[in-house]
Design a protein. Structure first.
Length: 460
């Protein structure tokens, strides 16, 4: 039935209120697929109808896969008892992600729906600063002492394992609760029952610290190729675990934020499809205004060389060519350096390596464009006599200007993210449009400066 049934048929079952058949159909879907179906249903009322047909345990699993906006809409449609069951049954990390999106009064109401034990866990996780690893972790894990045997561990897993977020790794703690090692479940399963955990330990483990930034978790997971990592406090006491699914969400959010900033906009705090028109305009207007004011300097620079342009109008023909080349090269360099910083491929201390590399790149790239520009002028001159008797000097002016502007744009685009990073800010704020605007003004000054040197006494 699952393979032949498509979403419109489910929609018809909801519309006709054929709930018995719909319940049977929904039983064939996984929680992730059910979340997709709920997301595609346009009516909040129909979403609530479908959600109520799910078994309680499936409903909670499905709820955790939904975006926060849909979670909030469902909670408004469900009864207090239903909401209380979902909140108490959710994994602590997913519940924290939901609660931190709510206004403070609503969060307080939700916390009162939790059992004392779950409320204590929720308050503890919410007590960590926003965007720290503590907000991602869950206290559902298995931690045991090193003096136990493999048989004892397996008995412990059978008794308490159902409440654990994952059973991939077992954590070893001392009498004070300090993390001293971790052992993969595979090693335990393949060891004799009478063997002690102390014989399996090697003291080599990786952990996160609860107060560290969430981006740290992304880097550590990537470096060590893990699916779950323990979280400790600053003294090494085991506090919880973080799983790869939560870290992937963080990585996606960070990448989205960087991409939006690279486009010359503030990062959107909600999906593009749900943010209000006013909210989106507000996010974009600030940077757009700053860039516009920056471009006014370009007009001022053009006005400063007005006399030269009047005497040699042909120079104005190449202004867009010059400034766009510098802006493009700066945008390329800025994007490459920002991404390299994000991936940890380079650090601020590598600034001299970056500057040398980009200076040489700028010279070569500028030389390539200079040759293309000169050939273009030569072709047009021989074909249409466009540039007059001094076309060679005009071609050289454009060529030298391109080398200078592209080199300067590359240096500016690569250095600015490093400077911003050194100041403790997000390098993505040195967006490509911002770099291009900076290079436009200096590019004009360089272009007309070269023109005054080469064309003085000829056209100027």
């Amino acid at each position: 039935m699952l393979g032949n049934l498509i979403f419109p048929e489910i929609e018809d079952l909801i519309k006709n209120r054929n709930l018995a058949t719909l319940r049977e159909v929904l039983a064939e879907y996984s929680p992730a697929d059910l979340a997709d179906l709920l997301t595609d249903i346009p009516s909040e009322m129909d979403q609530a109808v479908m959600f109520r047909l799910l078994p309680k345990d499936v409903a909670t699993d499905t709820f955790e896969y939904l975006d926060v906006e849909i979670q909030l809409a469902l909670m408004k449609s469900l009864g207090r008892e239903e909401v209380s069951h979902i909140l108490n049954d959710m994994s602590p990390d997913d519940r924290t992600a939901l609660l931190e999106e709510l206004p403070a009064p609503v969060t307080k109401q939700m916390l009162m729906m939790l059992t004392p034990e779950e409320r204590s866990i929720a308050n503890k996780l919410l007590g960590y600063k926003e965007n720290t690893i503590g907000r991602l972790m869950t206290p559902d894990y298995i931690a045991i002492r090193e003096d136990l045997t493999v048989e004892d561990v397996l008995a412990n897993i059978r008794q308490f394992g159902k409440d654990s977020e994952t059973l991939n790794v077992i954590y070893i703690i001392d009498e004070k609760g300090k993390l001293i090692d971790d052992i993969r479940i595979r090693e335990i399963l393949l060891s004799p029952l009478e063997r002690r955990l102390s014989d399996l330990m090697d003291g080599n483990f990786v952990h996160l610290v609860a107060n560290d930034d969430q981006e740290t978790a992304v880097e550590v997971f990537k470096k060590h190729d893990r699916t779950v990592l323990p979280v400790t406090d600053n003294t090494g006491i085991l506090m919880g675990i973080v799983t790869i699914d939560d870290v992937l969400d963080v990585a996606e959010e960070e990448a989205t934020e960087d991409i939006q900033k690279l486009g010359g906009s503030e990062a959107l705090e909600e999906p593009y499809s749900t943010i209000s028109l006013f909210g989106m305009i507000k996010k974009r207007a600030g940077w757009l205004s700053v860039l516009f004011l920056g471009e006014m300097l370009t007009a001022s620079a053009m006005g400063f060389f007005e006399h030269e342009i009047e005497r040699a109008v042909v120079l104005a023909l190449f202004v867009p060519l010059i400034i766009s080349s510098g802006g493009n090269s700066g945008s390329q360099a800025s994007t490459l350096v920002i991404r390299a910083l994000s991936l940890g491929e380079i650090k601020v201390m590598d600034w001299w390596f970056v500057i040398k590399r980009e200076f040489l790149s700028g010279l070569v790239l500028g030389g390539i464009l200079a040759i293309i520009g000169f050939i273009r002028i030569m072709i047009f001159q021989y074909s249409f006599h466009t540039y007059g008797e001094h076309w060679v000097l005009i071609g050289l002016t454009v060529a030298f200007a391109l080398v200078g502007v592209v080199t300067w744009g590359t240096l500016t685009g690569s250095a600015l993210p490093l400077v911003i990073k050194k100041l403790g800010l997000d390098p993505a704020t040195s967006s490509a449009p911002f770099v291009a605007t900076m290079v436009d003004v200096t590019g004009l000054i360089l272009y007309f400066g070269i023109a005054m040197i080469l064309l003085s006494g000829k056209l100027l």
